[in-house]
Structures are given as structure tokens and as C-alpha cells.
Design a protein around this ligand. Structure first.
Ligand SMILES: Cc1cc2nc3c(=O)[nH]c(=O)nc-3n(C[C@H](O)[C@H](O)[C@H](O)COP(=O)(O)OP(=O)(O)OC[C@H]3O[C@@H](n4cnc5c(N)ncnc54)[C@H](O)[C@@H]3O)c2cc1C
Ligand SMILES: NC(=O)c1ccc[n+]([C@@H]2O[C@H](COP(=O)([O-])OP(=O)(O)OC[C@H]3O[C@@H](n4cnc5c(N)ncnc54)[C@H](O)[C@@H]3O)[C@@H](O)[C@H]2O)c1
Length: 459
């Protein structure tokens, strides 16, 4: 390795995902000398292998499904689904996994971009090693921002590590779909992508270790998805523990402790994601080696590490792009001394973009009860609402409200537009809107969101 170049900018941002890119750009806008570092693509997971390409696939799958709903309601339809336009759309959206536009956007704001792998070598020092083995040492004078996200975690199943299993990266980049796919993990990634590819003729089997899918959400959401997705042909094994995986050059063969033997052309590992603090060298900040996230205060300052901020998935507050962007805003205001409200997390929204969509905000009933709250709940069936009746096929869904102390503390909106209906529920939870206001609200007829009014009556 050649002698390291040393630089002392105002700020260094490690990880240029949605949050890191925002912080780096805004500090550059403020006239700071900022170095943004990323070993892969500026923009991070979301635009290249996450939210955007996966939602392109989901949208394409939804179109196919909707076309199948024409018979019986609007005439005849003959659907011949084709993955090639979906792949082309993903290629376009990702610029074929090229971040030139994003890098230019940052440098045109005055930032400096460094491609390489960063590691903390001291409380105020970062070593960045490029693909050509060159090393740059950065000693930020005013702020160090850590936004390194997460990586897919592969469970320690015997045999798995030696197989060519897919993560979201390989599936998102797939030019062709396999004829069959075994999905390890029935969470957001497994269900969104599993349903999408099943709709393009790939035979999907989901293997979930917990007793139900989407274990962090309401049980009603898991029941709904299991029922709807099973009618589309997906197979489910819940409460299943994988004891071995092998690959014979053609197919993956998996064995569960209960005895099930499963076989598929491809295996997608979507069993959660983990923060890799060891690789980042976070121990120099005093963070324990086995920590699952970087501990931060409500201004995104890393606890016990003056001058260091952390945002996004690495903080463990919710692995969502909107969380990364929200925390980026809190951090920028704190770094620039602009004040404003500290970070708060009582109304974190999330949407699983299956069909039906599962939108949720705040606490689930179980979480609220675990906090000792005097909880009241109400559930309404979307299919039984006026809009559900009009909509017909594909109208499955529900609204569930979780109330305590005269306000909503959580809610779930499941249905064809569950993620959109979630908007009003998010505002109600965020603003701690009195239930009396919700009860006095006039809900337009016949909308899906009118079912919220019905559910409020149940409280
Ligand atoms: C398939 C999929 C679908 C998703 N869909 C949604 C969705 O619909 N909605 C939603 O809100 N969220 C979704 N997410 C989650 C979302 O992508 C993440 O929450 C978001 O990207 C996190 O942003 P971040 O800034 O924390 O980190 P990331 O986007 O992960 O970016 C971190 C960056 O840091 C870089 N990096 C890491 N370590 C180093 C290092 N040591 N040196 C240099 N660079 C480093 C990485 O290369 C990466 O570019 C999805 C995720 C996946 C995988
Ligand atoms: N729409 C969205 O906002 C969206 C979409 C995709 C991903 N994401 C984010 O990315 C994160 C990662 O997604 P994910 O789906 O990988 O994780 P996840 O945590 O949502 O789900 C992982 C699932 O895998 C199961 N699992 C773990 N080990 C297993 C094993 N050995 N065998 C069988 N099942 C096992 C877990 O019980 C869990 O249900 C999500 O938590 C979410 O924050 C968000």
C-alpha cells in the first residue's frame, strides 16, 4: 500500500445511503468542506437494491393480478406476464446500477466523494481504502456522521454458507426468474418480493421461523396475508426451523427439523438485516463489540463520542428510508446548531407493499399492553365497507385501532391502498389527536379511509 493521503475536512459522512447523502449534501450547501464516503453506490440500498426496484416489481405484479380480476367484473382478459420489461424498468431506474448522476449531484453542491471502505481508526480518525488499495486518512474537524446501514444476515444453518443463495441484490438484478424460489424469512422482503415473482409464474415457498408472518405487526395482518397469498399459490411453512441446506448444482434442497423437505431452483435469504459494527471499527467509540446498533441521543449524537453522529438503519430505530431521512434532518439541524425538535419515535409509520398493503404506525396492541397501557382496540373489515363492496375482488383488508388515554397509540390499515390510508392514522398518532376529534370527523363516501370512521365508533 502506498503512503496514505491525509485530509482534514469539516465533516466526513460514512455511508451515502438516503440519510448520509442528505446530510452530506446539506452540510455542503451550508458551505462546509464535506467528504462523503461509500464503498458502493451513492444513494445506498434504497434506490439500487431496495425500495425503488422492489416497488417496481410489486407494481408490475399488481398489474398482472389486476388484469386477472377482469373476468367476472369487466369482460375477458388474457394475461401473458413477462419479466423482461420489469427487469428493463429496474435497469432504467438504477441506471444499470451506476451512480454517476448521484455522485455528480453531490459534487455539484461542493462535496467531495471518496469511493472506498471506511474504518474508524480513532475517535476522530477514519481510514478509507479504495479498490486500488490506496488509503486516505480523514480527520474531520467538526463532525463525523455514520450512516453505514445494514447488511443481509444469513442464519447459521449448516450448509447454507457454501451455497450460491440469493439476497435481495441478486433477485433485484435477476434478468430471468427461476421456475421456483424458496424464501427464507416471511418478513417485508420475503413477502413483497415473493408475491411479486409468484405473479410472474415463479413457484414460491416461504419458510418462516416464527409462528406467523410479519411477526412485528398485528396478528390480523399475518392472518390476512397468509390467506390472500395462499390463494395466489404461495406455500407457507411457519414455525419451521431449517436444519440443513444443500445445492446440487441445479437445485437447493432444504430440510426442516419437523421433517419437511423442500426443494427449489433458487433460495432467497430474507431473514433480516444486521448492523456490522465490527467492520466499521466502532469499538474506538467505546461501543461494545456485541451492540446491535449505534446508541444515539435524540439529536442523533453517538453516546459517549463527542463530534460523532449516527443516522439511519445503523441506529436500530426502524430500518426504513423515511427513518433515515427523518434522522438526517435532525442531525443536520443539530450539527449546524439550528435547533428544532429532537427525534421522537411514537408515530413511526411503515408499509409492507404486499397486495393487500399492510400500513402500520405506532404501537401494536401487544406492544401497548406490554407497556402497561389501558388499551382499547377496534377492528373493521374493509371488504364489508361500502368501498370494499364496490371494489369487489381484491378488497381484502381491515382497519385496526389501538387506543389508550383518549388517543390513538397505534393503528394498522390493511387493504388495496393500506399505505395511503395510513397517512391520516400517522397524523392522528403523531399529533395525539383526541379520539373525540376522530369521532367528529366527516369521512368522504365511499372511500377506503371511511372505514377508519367505522373503526373509531368501535372504540
Ligand atoms: C429489498 C428491500 C426493500 C426495501 N423497501 C423499503 C421500502 O419500501 N420503504 C422503506 O422505507 N424502506 C425500505 N427498505 C429499507 C431501506 O432500503 C433502508 O432502510 C434504507 O436504505 C436505509 O438507509 P441508510 O441510509 O441507513 O443505509 P443504506 O441505504 O443501507 O446505505 C448505507 C451505505 O453505506 C455504505 N457503507 C456501509 N459500510 C461502509 C463502510 N465501512 N465504508 C464505506 N461505505 C460503507 C453502503 O455501501 C451503503 O451505500 C428496503 C430494503 C430492502 C433491502
Ligand atoms: N416496505 C418496507 O418498508 C420494507 C421492505 C423491505 C425491507 N424493509 C426493511 O428491511 C428490513 C429487512 O427485511 P427482511 O424481510 O429481511 O427482515 P424482517 O426482519 O422484516 O423479516 C425477517 C424474517 O425472517 C425470519 N427469520 C429469521 N431467521 C430465520 C430462519 N433461520 N429461518 C426462517 N425464518 C427466519 C424472521 O422471523 C422474520 O420474520 C426490514 O426489517 C425492513 O425494515 C422494509
Amino acid at each position: 500500500m502506498v503512503a496514505a493521503a491525509v485530509s482534514t475536512p469539516d465533516a466526513v459522512v460514512i455511508g451515502m445511503g438516503p440519510g448520509g447523502e442528505d446530510v452530506a449534501g446539506r452540510l455542503a450547501d451550508a458551505g462546509w468542506d464535506v467528504v462523503g464516503v461509500d464503498e458502493r453506490l451513492v444513494g445506498g440500498e434504497c434506490p439500487y437494491w431496495g425500495c425503488i426496484p422492489s416497488k417496481i416489481m410489486v407494481r408490475a405484479g399488481n398489474l398482472v393480478r389486476e388484469a386477472h380480476r377482469v373476468p367476472g367484473s369487466a369482460g375477458i382478459s388474457r394475461v401473458q406476464s413477462d419479466w423482461r420489461p420489469v427487469h428493463r424498468h429496474v435497469q432504467q431506474a438504477t441506471d444499470d446500477w451506476d451512480d454517476k448522476v448521484a455522485v455528480d449531484r453531490f459534487t455539484s453542491r461542493g462535496g467531495t466523494f471518496l469511493r472506498g471502505t471506511a474504518r474508524l481508526t480513532g475517535p476522530g480518525e477514519v481510514s478509507v481504502v479504495g479498490a486500488d488499495d490506496s488509503e486516505t486518512v480523514l480527520r474531520p474537524r467538526r463532525a463525523l456522521v455514520l450512516a453505514v446501514g445494514t447488511r443481509p444476515s444469513a442464519p447459521p444453518v449448516p450448509g447454507l454458507a457454501g451455497t450460491p443463495y440469493w439476497t435481495n441484490h441478486e433477485l433485484i438484478e435477476a434478468e430471468e426468474l427461476p421456475s421456483s424460489l424458496l424464501v427464507l424469512g416471511g418478513g417485508a422482503i420475503g413477502l413483497e418480493l415473493g408475491q411479486a415473482v409468484q405473479r410472474f409464474g415463479c413457484d414460491v415457498t416461504v419458510l418462516e421461523a416464527q409462528q406467523r408472518l410479519l411477526a412485528r405487526e398485528e396478528p390480523e395482518a399475518a392472518e390476512l396475508l397468509m390467506r390472500v397469498l395462499a390463494t395466489e399459490g404461495l406455500a407457507f411453512h411457519t414455525g419451521a426451523e431449517l436444519v440443513s441446506v444443500g445445492y446440487d448444482g441445479q437445485r437447493f434442497n432444504a430440510v426442516c427439523r419437523r421433517g419437511e423437505r423442500l426443494s427449489a431452483e433458487r433460495l432467497l435469504v430474507s431473514a433480516g438485516r444486521r448492523v456490522d459494527l465490527e467492520r466499521l471499527g466502532a469499538s474506538v467509540l467505546g461501543v461494545p463489540a456485541d451492540a446491535r446498533a449505534l446508541p444515539v441521543d435524540d439529536r442523533m449524537r453517538v453516546l459517549g463520542a463527542p463530534g460523532v453522529w449516527a443516522i439511519g438503519d445503523v441506529t436500530g430505530k426502524g430500518a426504513f428510508t423515511h427513518m433515515s431521512m427523518y434522522q438526517a434532518d435532525v442531525a443536520v439541524r443539530a450539527i449546524l446548531g439550528r435547533g428544532g425538535r429532537p427525534a421522537e419515535y411514537h408515530a413511526v409509520p411503515r408499509v409492507t407493499f404486499t397486495d393487500p398493503e399492510i400500513g402500520a404506525v405506532g404501537l401494536t396492541e401487544a406492544q401497548a399492553r406490554a407497556q402497561g397501557l389501558a388499551v382499547r382496540t377496534s377492528v373493521t373489515d374493509l371488504a364489508a365497507s361500502a368501498r370494499g363492496f364496490v371494489h369487489g375482488s381484491g378488497n381484502d383488508g381491515f382497519i385496526k385501532l389501538v387506543a389508550a388515554g383518549g388517543v390513538l397509540v397505534g393503528a394498522t390499515a390493511a387493504g388495496p391502498t393500506g399505505g395511503e390510508v395510513l397517512g391520516l392514522l400517522t397524523l392522528a398518532v403523531q399529533a395525539r389527536l383526541p379520539l373525540a376529534e376522530l369521532a367528529a370527523t366527516i369521512w368522504a363516501y365511499p372511500t377506503f379511509h371511511r372505514a377508519v370512521g367505522e373503526a373509531v365508533k368501535g372504540l
